[in-house]
Ligand binder design. Sequence first.
Ligand SMILES: C[S@@+](CC[C@H](N)C(=O)[O-])C[C@H]1O[C@@H](n2cnc3c(N)ncnc32)[C@H](O)[C@@H]1O
Length: 321
Amino acid sequence: MKNYTLPRLDEDKETRQRLLPFCRLAPGEIWSDPLRGHRIGCADAAKSDHIEKLMNGHKASLAIHDPPYNLVAFETRSVAEFISWCKGWIGITSSALADDSSLYVWLGADQREGFQPLPDFMLMMREFEEFASRSFITMRNQRGYGTQKNWMAVRQECLFYVKGNPDFTVQYTDIPKILRGYYKEINGQKMENMERSRSDNIRPGNVWVDVQQVFYRMEENVNGCYAQKPLKSIERLIVASSKEKDTIIDFFGHSGTTLIAAEQLGRRCFICDIDPIYCEIMIRRLERLRAFGKLGWQNGNPFEKELHGVEEIEQPILELW
Ligand SMILES: C[S@@+](CC[C@H](N)C(=O)[O-])C[C@H]1O[C@@H](n2cnc3c(N)ncnc32)[C@H](O)[C@@H]1O
């Protein structure tokens, strides 16, 4: 079996130099999808002119952002600097969102550093009167980090805000309901939860234990990406907080999870990354999905033709949905 892994493409200088000539986007440029209207930009989330160009006069009904967390990538920034940077792209997001819209932000809390930047970010968000807090989702990772002297860290946090009064569609997991009881009186009749329920399965609530973290054996794995979110988690947010044909934005695209989820769910995605290499990966991931029905590369990688001389040999499929 082939196994063409890649190093972290933001860090490995030599691989970066080899790959940059194959990237279709330079900073400030946009790739516009002729088929379904997605837009991929090589843009800086904190620069309003970059995002205006990405939005092209449109407003989005949903934003899903997954910025660097001030843990590794931002080691040199103080918490105050990081929060001031966040304030910039949140303001730009607000302008890009429609009056009734939803905003999700994935952000970590460093347990060795006073839990920064999550609480600082939450406080900063209170300055934006247009955003009302709605929920605080915790997703459980299967793998974690820790020592014998501490609880293993296995959580990912996602904050949910709304602007105006957007729709919300309740979601269900694949986990069947098993507990009876919890009686409530409805129209003078005592009913238990199974009778009242709209589904045989439980809701994810705001603690998600049913999402598999991406790892190398999964088809959606994109080698070279170091912070890929599981498609299932992003699909859940999209289905809960948008409708078909809506526009969704993501300013920290990376492996393009939001783009791929939007493509599969019939939404339009305007997505960007500051790094031309991740922009190229996003374009290639979308093209690969359309050509071969594959969600990622698993044991291959987006640049295996350039780096290893390998051509895709699967039979292309023409229609996805
Ligand atoms: C945590 S990753 C996002 C992961 C993504 N949700 C996924 O599932 O693949 C953060 C990304 O933000 C990008 N980034 C960092 N600073 C940025 C900026 N100022 N503007 C746009 N993108 C930025 C990085 O290059 C990185 O690819």
